[in-house]
Every structure is written in C-alpha cells, then in structure tokens.
Design a protein around this ligand. Sequence first.
Ligand SMILES: *Cc1c(COP(=O)(O)O)cnc(C)c1O
Length: 374
Amino acid sequence: MNITMVDLTGQYNKIRKEIDEAVLNEIRLGQYINGRAVKEFQAELEQYLAVRHVVPCANGTDALQIALMALDLQVGDEIIVPAFTFVSTAEVIGLLKLKPVLVDVDIDTFNISTKNLEKALSKKTKAILPVHLFGLSCAMEPVMDFAQAHHLYVVEDNAQAIGCDYFFSDGSAKKTGTIGDIGCTSFFPSKNLGCYGDGGALMSNDDRLAERCRMIANHGQKEKYHHEILGCNSRLDALQAAVLSVKLKYLDAYIQARQSAAQYYTAGLSDIDAIDLPRTTIRSTHVYNQYTIRIKNGKRDALQQFLAKNGVPTMIYYPRPIHEQNAFKSIVSIAEPLNVSNYLSENVLSLPMHTELSGTVQDFIIRKMHDFFS
Ligand SMILES: *Cc1c(COP(=O)(O)O)cnc(C)c1O
C-alpha cells in the first residue's frame, strides 16, 4: 500500500481529458499572460463565491501582501495576527514594516478568538488578519463586530478554506474570504482548489479596495505605463487559470470527499482517549484542507515515527509558532502568553487528507493508530 499525504496525480487522472484539453487550448490560443482564461476563471470564481471582485495574482503570499498594500497603512502600524499559522500571514506584515501583534488561538478550533483580540488592541492597531486554519472558519461575526467597533480593517487569510461557508447568527451565510474587507487565497497544488504550479487571488466586495489590489498586482497601473502607486508584478498565468476553471467545477465534490474522509477518520478514531479529534462549530462548515489531531499524552513524535515505520506519512502543521521563529523574534509584539500556540506546535499531527483517500487506506491508518495506543 502506497499511502501519501496528498494524491494530486490520482485526482488529475480522473479529469485528465478535460484538463489536457483546456491546457492545450490555451497553448494554442497564445494569450499566455492575462488572457481569456484568466478573465473567465475570475468571473467563475466571483460567481462561486458570490463576491463582487476577484483579483487573480501569482500566489497566496502575494495576495496577502497586496491586500495589506491596498490599505492606507503607515510604517509601524499594528496588525493583529494569530501566532499559530503558516509563515506567510505574519511575514508579509513584517516585510511591509508593519508590526505583527501575535495573539493566541482557541485550542479546539486552532483559530483566533475575540477574547484574545481585546488584549492585542492599541492605538496603532489598524487591521486584523484572521486565518481560517485547516479549513474551518474562525469566528467571523465577533471578529467583524470587534473590527467595526474599533475601526479596523479585516483581511482574511482563506488559503486553506476556499469553499467554506460561515453562518451568521441571523441565519445568513457567506463564503469565507468574502466577509472581511479583503480575502486572500492560494491555489498552491495541495490547497482545496489547487492548480499545477503557483497561483493566488484576492476577493473583495469593496470596489475601491478591489481596484487598488488590481493596480498593485499590475505595477500600480490602471492604464499601461501610467503608474499611479507602487505595485509589484503578480499574475496568475493562463495555463493555471485554465486548470482552475476545470477544477472549480469539482470543488464542491472535492470538499464532500474531504468531509467524508474526515467523518471516516473521526468514526474510526473516536475511541482513542489519548487524542483529540478536529472539532467543528455550528457557525462554519469544515472543508478539511487538513485533518489535524492533538495528541494528549505527549507522545506525538513517537506516534509520528511509529506511523512512518508502518508506511503512514503524517505532517506537523506547524512545528514552531511564529514567535519562536528567528526571523520574527525581533519584529513581533506579543499581546499575551501564547500557551495554546506553544501547546499545539508540540502536540498536533496532520493525517493524510485528500480527495482520493480510500476506505482501505483509512482502515489501515486507523488500525495502526490503535496499535500504537493499545
Ligand atoms: C498556503 C498558505 C499561504 C500561502 O500561499 P502560497 O500560495 O504558498 O504563497 C498563506 N497562508 C496560509 C494559511 C496558507 O496555508
């Protein structure tokens, strides 16, 4: 049995004809940069997300950087960001000479919680950058209420949660990434909507901010060779857009496959007392970019080694919180003890999770987990 964390070629093989045709069409058409395929994908994603504007760009990290560049911020302004996340989220803040103010996350959801926001607030706070980690939305309604009360921007890092629905207390629903002022996502191959290289996008319902993002991603110009603001060169290329247009049609089915696989793990592992399984909330669907468990008896690393010996790969997302990274030690400000982030980095483990997981493979993984803990 060859078990892998992700299975991109297995997924491709099922839609091979459509992908090959779409990619070949673009090669033959010859509009390799900002061509038809990019505009079509943009419109399709706008419709899927029910958002006014999608601005495609080169990758998820660029999306985050462009979003922050689009806000009128000054050097030293503070951005509240969770300590337990992928590096990009905090990295772009530092690159722009803004100050990442790290807050702890909730132990059950891995996401930012409003009680932590209070402690991080200062006169210099300008924005909150919540992350919908592993595919579960953070508590967006309280985050938005807090932001409104304190006149802060909200930029959502939706790289792991595209397609996730957030339910407001009035019963309405929105896709994550379309709730704050700007949403950012990544089309890195292993994300829920992944292309065959790098790709990313910004989302916004704000005409002015979307326009600024579009300009910044294109050298700060609206009209060719008229550069109004400083920007960068960040484009989604046509071949990737063609792949994404095909895969977007399957996104809901892919999410369902991930949800079924997650339910299967949860049913098979729920009798192991030494682990905590991923939680869901009534406010959000879970799109399971990762299936991440917490090992309660301190034996995470031993479990990982045992599984590896038995042919089961696992990953630790993330082994070091942001404040423990050398690049960040001197630039972050810490609003409170980051106990949960520290705990999670030492005790989480992500199991293989993808759209092609079979019951046989999952049964094997579940059996090996029981072997370890018995
Ligand atoms: C993947 C990811 C990013 C960055 O996306 P890239 O396309 O790799 O630049 C940012 N934030 C989170 C939470 C991610 O998982």
